[in-house]
Each structure stands twice: as C-alpha cells, then as structure tokens.
Design a protein around this ligand. Sequence first.
Ligand SMILES: [Cu+2]
Length: 301
Amino acid sequence: MEREEDQVGAMAQMSKSLKYVAGAIAASLPASAAFAAWELNMTVGVTELSRDIHGLHMLIFWICVLIAVAVFGMMIYSLVKFRHSRGAVAATFDHSTKAEIIWTIIPCAILVGMAIPAAETLIKIEDTRDSQLSIKVTGYQWKWQYEYLDKNVRFFSTLNREHDRARQLKSGVDPFSVPNYLLEVDRPLVVPVGAKVRVLLTSSDVIHAWWVPAFGMKKDAIPGFVNEMWFRADKPGTYRGQCAELCGRDHGFMPVVVEVKPQAEFDAWLQEQQQAGAPAAASAAAAVTVESAAATVAKAE
Ligand SMILES: [Cu+2]
C-alpha cells in the first residue's frame, strides 16, 4: 500500500517536473509575430534582404519538392509495376557506366543550380558598402546600447518598465493584458525608411545576438569583435525582435524595437536627440579641456 502511494507520489512529482520542462521549452521559444500567428512558412519581411532570403528559401523548397516527387514517384511506380506477384524478374547486370554518369551529373547540376542564387544572396548580405547610416549596437546583460556613428547620439534601450513589472512573480498583472508583452522598450532604435543602415555589432560582457525577424537579419554580438550587417527597411512601422543568444538569466528580457520613420521625421528626431545630448557632450568636452589644461600645468611645473 505504502509502496503504491510512493509510486503515485513519484509519478505526480515526475509529471510536475515534466510540466516545468515543457514550460521552460515554451518560454525559450522565440515569441515572434510569425510564431504567435502559427504561420508555418518564413515571413517575407520588409527589407530587400529579407525578400531575397525568402525568395531563395522558396526556390530551394520547390526544388526539394520536385526532387521528392520524382524520387518517391519513381520508387512507388517501380514497387507496384515490378512486384513479385506479377512475375517480375530481377535484372542481372552489376555495373552500368551510363547509370553512374547520369546519377552523378544530375545531382551536380542541381547543386550548382542552387549554389548560384545562394551565393548571390550571401554576397549581397555581406556587402555593407555605400551605407547611409552606421549604428554601433553593443549588447549588455541585459540591454542594448545604440550609437549613431558621427552623429553624436548614443543611448541605452531597456525593457519597458510596465512589462518588467508584469513579468515579476505575483505581480498581479496578467501578461495577456499587456500588448506586445516583453517586446517593448523604453527607447527604440529609430532609422529612416529606404536608407541602407549598417549595423556594427559588439558586446561588453557575453555573446548576445541582435535579431529583428522582419529584417531577415540576425547576427551575434561578441565581446572583443565587431560583426557587421545591414538592412534597408522599405515600409515605415515598428518592428520587434529579441536577443537570440542564450546570454544569461534575463536573456528573454532584452527585446529589440526598431521604429522605421520617413526621412524628414527621422531627421527631426535625430536633431532632437542631438540637442538633448548636446549639454552632456559639451560638458564632457569641457572636462577633457580642463584635464588637458591641468596636465599641461602639471608638466610645466
Ligand atoms: Cu542577450
């Protein structure tokens, strides 16, 4: 009797742990818009690269479908047509140069046919030349820092406070009542529409990965290294993503939000940021001047 109870207890314990494991797996899955809508296919996205990547993905997919239909069709046909009950007799030859040539040339041609468009897209992805804007993105545990190079604008982007509160255990806030739950920040990255934006990725602590699914691009931010990527968004809007590298305890709480604005609105925003940051920059410059003056005085003494 006691044993039975033990068993029941152990089973209950096991199903509880299974629930935790399932919960952990569910929590670690990316909460992208595509996933939320239960779409099976990749999303097309809003950038030149994401469309190219989607086009390449569909091309390779249909080539694979054709191969599968041809190979399985031939197999099923042969199995049915040449079955033993219909008196089929196995061939006796053990080598065919002709067959070997055919089954070498056809797959090679298919692979070359796939490699050409794939290489074209890969080269395009790596080509960061002629960008209109360069932004340095630094990953921190657990936030992002954006620096507009040569524009004197730099800020941190952190998980929105309301969302941070909602995620706390016993916060009393129903996460389902929070729009874009855990995909909202205090200060989003702002970029102009139609501009080629070069992103320089690095990290100050551990490996992170900057990812916006609608842009089709994801790259690691590694301490001590600078990775490069680019995107050109052709539709204004707000695009959301997440850190895609298991970077520590709060890995799930460092979202990426990008606002794509028309050029004029972006210029106004940039100017506003520059003005807001100007006093700090000026005082920093003044501090440097004072320091160097002090050093000169010290040297003279
Ligand atoms: Cu991270």
